[in-house]
Design a protein around this ligand. Sequence first.
Ligand SMILES: [Zn+2]
Length: 399
Amino acid sequence: MGLSDGTVVGATKIVDHGSDSARWNVVLVAEGYKSSELPQFHTDAQNFVNTLFATAPYDTLQGAINVHRLDVSSTDSGADNPVSCGGSGNVATYFDAQFTASICRLLTVNDTNVINAVTANVPAWNVILVLVNTTVYGGSGGAVATFSMAPSAMEIGLHELGHTAFGLADEYEYWAGCGESGHDNHPAVEPSQPNVTIDDNRMTIKWGTLISSITPMPTTANADCTQCDPQADPLPPGTVGAFEGAHYYHCAAYRPQYLCRMRALNNPYCAVCRRRIVETLTPFLPPKTIFKEIKDAKAEKMEKFEKLEWKEFKEVKLELKELEKVIVEIPKLKDAEGDPWLDPGIYERLARIEASVERLAHFITQEERPNVARGALAGEPKAAANRAAPTKPGSSRKR
Ligand SMILES: [Zn+2]
């Protein structure tokens, strides 16, 4: 039930993008893993890293992030799980992980003990995620984030990271369940978090710059405040507006998009959440390195594509032109004082171009020009065969 129930083995830096003093340091901590199960923790931690770096907007911010793993062994496996939640009671684990009897999905640990252990091993930590070795669904995002190794573990981790690292609110519109009482109308107090609001006025709402002038406001209204709003998304997916039902209340609170990872797992972060993440992590990007990397990698790619001289090249030519423009623009954004120079908008544009170039590379390699591609793209394993099959329309064309 505590510090006598295991041992802190030590920390390992598993993603090294530079000095800890200059990067945003994520620490993944083992809880409820017996000594013999630590190799499983290493796999679980690596899975989380892989998921993180494949998820927007972290995918384009990788250079800002270091990841450390803190191996901690416990006497027993798992977490305390009350019998009322269907569990079998208490186990002996180092950080005393436990599911909460009143809300079974709420998984907490002894935050102070976690923070002390991490501070002793990775003093420059920025955010701590505790991986709890149980397949029972649960997580929480407070001073430290926790998530269990349930089937949807990695998604829970990304959601809790949203709370702990970026101060994002839950966008879902219930507390214990949709039919509950006491959660009809949100109190008339503006929440501090960036992704929920009681304000449905497009002139004053905090994410107003992301709302198109043709989007109705509020975008949806809940006709029955005693329940969650059952209506389907009336607008194209991804539309930003003010959707009623958020922050644990059926009415009088709004979320920015119909869906978001902070509302329900297995959805992308909404535009407001992405913006917050980009703003937070951009200052940790290595300016010179990242600029040089982008410039070198893209220049090399463009040169190779130029040589291909194939019909579809024309289709990406505009995107490559846009890329050249971005490369010219980036250095100009840096002012004489060295103030933040990397406009998040530039990063989104780069990400779009990167995706197009990679889809094209994959297309060339897999379907179109196998011989040319092998030569032209040699040394670019990332861009070609190792990528998952493309799913966007333009890349699955057959000739
Ligand atoms: Zn949440």
